[in-house]
Design a protein around this ligand. Structure first.
Ligand code: HEC
Length: 446
């Protein structure tokens, strides 16, 4: 029996106990505890925020497609959503930017609805109220269009039916023989392997030479030769770069696949892959997307036993910049990250704070009209907290001092930030457009 079925078993017993326990001796005469029904009130929430993951063939432990699927999990669902553990969305809501692409998170009202519906006995309601079943995209299709190049992990990876989770990196040759400009990218598990791939991140590894830097084809101060490429996430359909923006993929480049495998009860072979689409040959992009680990705390990472620590890192934007994505990277003791922009005026603005869960390596993509636009000279300040105490449930052993290292048991601390440097004219135009938009919307709200 694997860990997942143990969890399922335990939750199943909890639900049964809850149903069998007499709630209230007056219950028979009492009015219905809730007017909320699955069909009318809860199904629309499940469709928007849960079912992309909780359906057959994905990595989620159970399907939540129908009332019959959902009902046995009612207590567990209330428990997870009220703690904001499901859907997995770790952006703190009281500070920073709240507009993202692919945001499945629940509003306070939606959470209250689910909780009251569960407490009221989780009734089904009328089939006439049930929304039409949503259709899901074909999991095997490429959403970016037919890739020009597909790179797979070097050999098939067999995930046994049962056992522990595995975090593993594979490095594959791209077999690129010439430099090309990337226009779209999509990583995905091998055919039929979604149930075992908990996360999949891809990175581009290539030599950075001075010519590229001088010609503006690559960032001026890379921290290493790796650049973030794309995250596979259920419900997310690849990344298409804005027209005119590209990423240089050089001849001889390699791709690193960072994978988290989770046994699903059935032996499964995965051949994770990433599809790349390029701009036509000879295309000269105006802008280059940069995606780097910044604020790296390496040697200085010092996490004593039984302690909560904070580490800070700084990175200066040499030109005006438009930030499109943020991701925190730590290991088991990672707890929280905040990123703030210290503007040349000295004023600091929090972009976002997020709590960190090693189980979920999530990339947060800003909505197009919410991407931070930052003037040249802005310092991006990343603050990272690790919890090396027993309160951190993913901490293997709070008695150990922990420092930087590549192994899962070691720690890391950085933010992956994706941005584009803009020229002054475009920067000014975008800021003006944003201000105009803000003024109109605030007038409309008055
Ligand atoms: C991005 C994919 C994703 C989304 C969206 C998502 N879940 Fe999950 N859910 C998972 C995975 C994967 C697990 C297994 C535990 C883990 O890996 O954290 C899980 C676990 C759970 C569990 C615990 C099951 C157990 O074994 O005890 C519940 C309950 C749950 N989800 C409910 C929900 C509800 C309700 C929603 C929507 C409001 C939701 N989830 C949205 C992926 C998702």
């Amino acid at each position: 029996m694997n860990a997942r079925s143990l969890v399922v078993g335990a939750a199943g017993i909890l639900v049964l106990t809850a149903i069998a326990t007499p709630v209230n001796i007056n219950a028979q005469n009492a009015p219905p505890a809730t007017h909320l029904t699955y069909a009318k009130d809860v199904a629309p929430i499940m469709q928007r925020s849960c079912q992309t993951c909780h359906r057959p063939g994905t990595n989620a432990p159970m399907s939540l497609l129908t009332y019959e699927d959902v009902r046995p999990w009612a207590r567990a669902i209330k428990n997870k959503v009220t703690q904001r553990l499901m859907p997995p969305w770790h952006i703190e809501r009281n500070v920073g930017i709240q507009k993202f692409k692919d945001d499945p998170s629940l509003s306070d009202t939606e959470i209250a609805t689910i909780a009251a519906w569960v407490d009221g006995g989780a009734p089904k309601g009328s089939v006439n109220d049930m929304p039409a079943a949503p259709s899901f995209p074909d999991d095997e299709a490429w959403h970016i269009g037919t890739p020009d190049l597909i790179v797979e992990i070097p050999k098939p990876h067999v995930v046994p039916a049962a056992g522990g989770d595995l975090w593993i990196d594979y490095i594959a040759d791209s077999n690129m023989t010439e430099d090309r400009y990337l226009q779209a990218v999509e990583a995905k598990p091998g055919p039929g392997a979604r149930a075992v791939v908990h996360h999949l991140l891809t990175y581009l590894i290539q030599d950075i030479d001075q010519d590229d830097v001088l010609a503006g084809r690559l960032d001026d101060r890379p921290t290493n030769n790796e650049s973030f490429l794309n995250e596979f996430a259920v419900g997310k359909n690849g990344d298409i770069l804005p027209e005119g923006t590209a990423k240089l993929v050089k001849a001889g480049s390699k791709i690193r696949f960072n994978l988290h495998y989770h046994p699903s009860g059935k032996e499964t072979t995965d051949r994770a892959r990433v599809g790349l689409k390029f701009y036509p040959k000879g295309y000269k992009p105006k802008y280059h997307q940069i995606s780097l680990q910044i604020a790296n705390a390496h040697e200085e990472l010092d996490i004593p036993a039984n302690t909560i620590t904070r580490h800070d890192g700084y990175y200066t934007f040499t030109k005006p910049a438009r930030v499109t994505a943020l991701q925190a990277h730590m290991h088991n003791r990672g707890k929280r990250m905040c990123v703030e922009a210290i503007l040349p005026s000295g004023r600091a603005q929090t972009l976002n704070c997020m709590y960190f869960d090693f189980n979920w390596h999530k990339v947060y993509n800003y909505a197009d009209d919410a991407t931070p636009l930052l003037p040249a000279g802005t310092v991006l300040h990343t603050i990272l907290w690790h919890d090396n105490t027993a309160n951190n449930r993913s901490n293997p052993d709070p008695r150990n001092w922990i420092g930087y290292g590549q192994r899962t048991m070691d720690e890391m601390a950085f933010s992956w930030v994706t941005w584009t440097y803009l020229d002054d004219a475009d920067y000014k135009r975008m800021v003006a457009e944003r201000n105009a938009w803000r003024t109109t919307t605030s007038q409309q709200q008055q």
